[in-house]
Design a protein around this ligand. Structure first.
Ligand code: AMP
Length: 409
């Protein structure tokens, strides 16, 4: 257990709050989904109400070149935050330097400022492994982290989506702030509670639904979940690697042949606890107006399996509705392009029904969260993680150094 913002006295303190406000922007710089900003509000409001002086930090996108400074500026985020909080949120034009320090030092109790995109400074994303072999990189990362650490009396980590990374602001800063309070925000507390609860003491039956494009991305999580859950339901292109490994003709479906051996051995170990689709929706191309064909396990010549079929939906529905804990990560098909979204939507509706029937339902962020949102089913899930990659790594059982660096309760 880690200390949280409930364990600190925020009044009059300069508080560095690491958030994950990495929101999607359209080509004109408009925020297309402000969920990550809204998810950060409980922590911000609590600290503001208690008289903290808040220095908010986050990354946005993956800036590479000078032109990205404009495209990936946090200006739209500062504006949206200000609207949601009902108070000004000035944006420092850098995350370090004289003007940034001056802005942070000028805050009075209950005031908030936001520092510009942390990733504009390349030091933010230098990995500790790289730094270990390169003293110049180590120095660069340390210097940047020290500048951030010097801004504040208290460190708060509420950036769950970035907790699996050893970024300067996530790990080096709390290490440098040893001796000062370093605590988790409400979002991190909530994520750890739900995801941790699911993997350490799940109510059974515990069912995991895994989809998406590649087995290789999810091997670790499949292996780890097989030890913990009762059934894994596989969908998405991943399924075709398993089917092809079994000698089934999946025609032009996306597969990873170099993983056939691994897929076979996983299936052998899992027995009937690992379930594969019994039918698919296939097409020759991925387009709204593509001609589709329903098929069984075998995909017709020249076609690709692009969604799970109705028999699979029905079979998976029985398993999901009998579950007491459901964890879902990854779409069941090419959900971005109808009609290949049908299987994913049907599973989303089934998971929502499972919540209504009393199951704890946890969505592992990313594409499954987007699909659920698209289907207006978000309110009917117990918990939707804000971190796709982070939630997968957490479920995989990987330790999070950024969380370890916070104070124990
Ligand atoms: P991932 O990032 O691994 O969770 O994969 C998500 C992506 O997998 C989405 O963009 C889906 O369109 C894609 N996907 C899911 N099912 C299929 C499929 N049967 N064939 C091709 N792509 C798929």
């Amino acid at each position: 257990m880690k200390k949280t913002i409930d364990n600190i006295d925020a009044s009059g303190q300069r508080i560095l709050v690491r958030l994950d406000l990495n929101v999607p922007l359209d080509g004109c710089g408009n925020i297309t989904d402000d969920r990550r900003i809204r998810s950060a509000l409980p922590t911000i409001k609590k600290l503001v109400d208690n008289g903290g002086r808040l220095i908010l930090i986050t990354h946005l996108g993956r800036p590479k070149e000078e032109a990205d400074r404009k495209k990936l500026s946090l200006a739209p985020v500062a504006k949206r935050l200000s609207e949601l909080l009902g108070k000004p949120v000035p944006l420092a034009n850098d995350s370090s330097g004289y003007a940034t320090t001056a802005l942070a030092n000028a805050l009075t109790d209950g005031e908030v400022c936001l520092l510009e995109n942390l990733r504009f400074n390349p030091a933010e994303t230098i990995k500790d492994k790289q730094a270990a072999n390169d003293p110049a990189l180590a120095e660069q990362k340390q210097t940047f982290a020290q500048q951030l650490a010097d801004l504040a009396d208290v460190y708060v980590n509420d950036a769950f989506g970035t907790c699996h990374r050893d970024n300067a602001s996530m790990l080096t800063v709390p290490k440098l702030m040893k001796g000062k309070p370093r605590v988790a925000g409400y979002l991190v507390q909530r994520e750890l509670g739900f995801l941790g609860g699911a993997v350490t003491a799940p109510k059974r039956p515990f069912v995991c639904i895994l989809g998406g494009a590649k087995v290789s991305d999810k091997l670790g999580v499949i292996r780890s979940l097989l030890e913990k859950c009762d059934t894994i339901l596989i969908g998405g292109a991943m399924a075709y690697t398993f089917l092809a490994a079994d000698g089934i003709d999946v025609a032009n479906s996306l597969t990873e042949p170099d993983l056939f051996d691994t897929a076979r051995s996983l299936r052998k170990d899992a027995g009937d606890r690992l379930r594969l689709p019994v039918d698919s929706i296939a097409a020759t191309n991925i387009a709204n107006d593509a001609e589709t064909q329903s098929c069984g396990e075998t995909i017709p010549k020249g076609m690709m399996g692009l969604d799970i079929g109705p028999k699979t939906v029905a079979a998976y529905r029985d398993v999901i509705l009998a579950a007491k804990t459901v964890v879902w990560n990854g779409p069941m098909g090419v959900f971005e392009i109808p009609p290949f979204d049908a299987g994913t939507i049907a599973i989303a509706e089934t998971v929502a029904d499972a919540t209504d029937a009393g199951a704890i339902t946890i969505i592992g962020g990313g594409d499954s969260a987007a699909a659920i949102d698209q289907a207006h089913l978000s309110a009917r899930m117990t918990h939707i993680s804000t971190g796709g990659g982070a939630s997968l790594e957490f479920l995989e059982g990987k330790p999070f150094a950024a969380i370890d660096a916070l104070d124990d309760a």
